[in-house]
Design a protein around this ligand. Structure first.
Ligand code: G5P
Ligand code: MG
Length: 227
């Protein structure tokens, strides 16, 4: 991947729509750096940083953290990256966040996962995560090889505080009120690409085909040891 290459993407969708799951597939095929705002906030909570302290009360309530807090965190993180090809997951999720991002970086593509709310509610209570890496499992859909243990590191998995049914409903409401307008914002900029479905395995081939029109798929080269 040449140093001059530039590709800046965002993946959007309601809580539990599969942003993390599809992002993990994307980074196996395309040379993009994945940056999840939720994972970053959870690492700050775990590390007991000042931002973590502020964020925790909002996240546990199923509310969005204030725009200025998250915007500063993400823009700083992007600024610290050497690469100019990345995939933002979970940011921006309000119009002011999208506007602030726009001032700093022009976005090339927005992948929108349009998954019905009913499908989502059932998924989240069965979710387990590896906090260190953000790897996501689901006891029904993609269980770990050993229950409660991360496949790669062997470390214990945990459940998210905000995956309780009543908090999930609040998160879906926040999405409806604050994040949906961001879709319109990107639609007007002509960069929005929506993928609808109820299963990640149905949606993924379409996302893959779309990204192949923009970027080389490097997974074959990797297997052949060419990189
Ligand atoms: P997050 O961490 O960004 P959400 O709520 O946007 O959280 P979430 O919950 O991480 O999104 P996801 O990444 O879209 O969902 O979905 P996922 O984890 O890949 O999949 C969900 C589950 O379904 C998993 O168990 C997966 O294995 C399973 N699954 C996937 N596909 C299928 C399938 O086809 N079938 C089945 N059966 N299962 C499947 O944000 C958390 C909080 O941080 C704050 C907010 O408080 C937010 O609530 N925050 C921000 N606040 C303000 N501004 C921002 N920009 C913020 N970003 C984060
Ligand atoms: Mg996620």
């Amino acid at each position: 991947m040449g140093a001059r290459m530039l590709f800046r993407a965002v993946i959007m969708g309601p809580p539990g729509s599969g942003k993390g799951t599809i992002s993990n597939r994307i980074i196996k095929h395309f040379a993009l750096k994945h940056l999840s705002s939720g994972d970053l906030l959870r690492l700050n909570i775990q590390g007991e940083t000042e931002i973590g302290g502020v964020a925790k009360s909002y996240i546990d309530q199923g509310q969005l953290v204030p725009d200025d807090v998250i915007t500063q965190l993400i823009l700083q993180e992007i600024g610290g990256m050497r690469q100019n090809y990345w995939l933002l997951d979970g940011f921006p999720r309000t119009v002011p966040q999208a506007e602030a991002l726009d001032k700093a970086h022009k976005i090339d593509s927005v992948i929108d996962l349009n998954v019905p709310f009913q499908t989502i509610r059932e998924r989240l209570t069965a979710r387990w995560i590896h906090p260190g890496s953000g790897r996501v499992y689901n006891t029904e859909f993609n269980p770990p090889k050993v229950l409660g243990i991360d496949d790669v590191t062997g470390e214990p998995l945990s459940q998210r505080e905000d995956d309780k049914p009543e908090t999930v409903i609040k998160r879906l409401k926040a999405y409806e009120a604050l994040t949906k307008p961001v879709l319109e914002y990107y639609q007007n900029k002509g960069v929005l690409k929506t993928f609808s479905g109820t299963e990640t395995n149905q949606i993924w081939p379409h996302v893959h085909a779309f990204l192949c029109t923009k970027l080389p798929d490097v997974s074959q080269e990797e297997t052949a040891g060419l990189r």
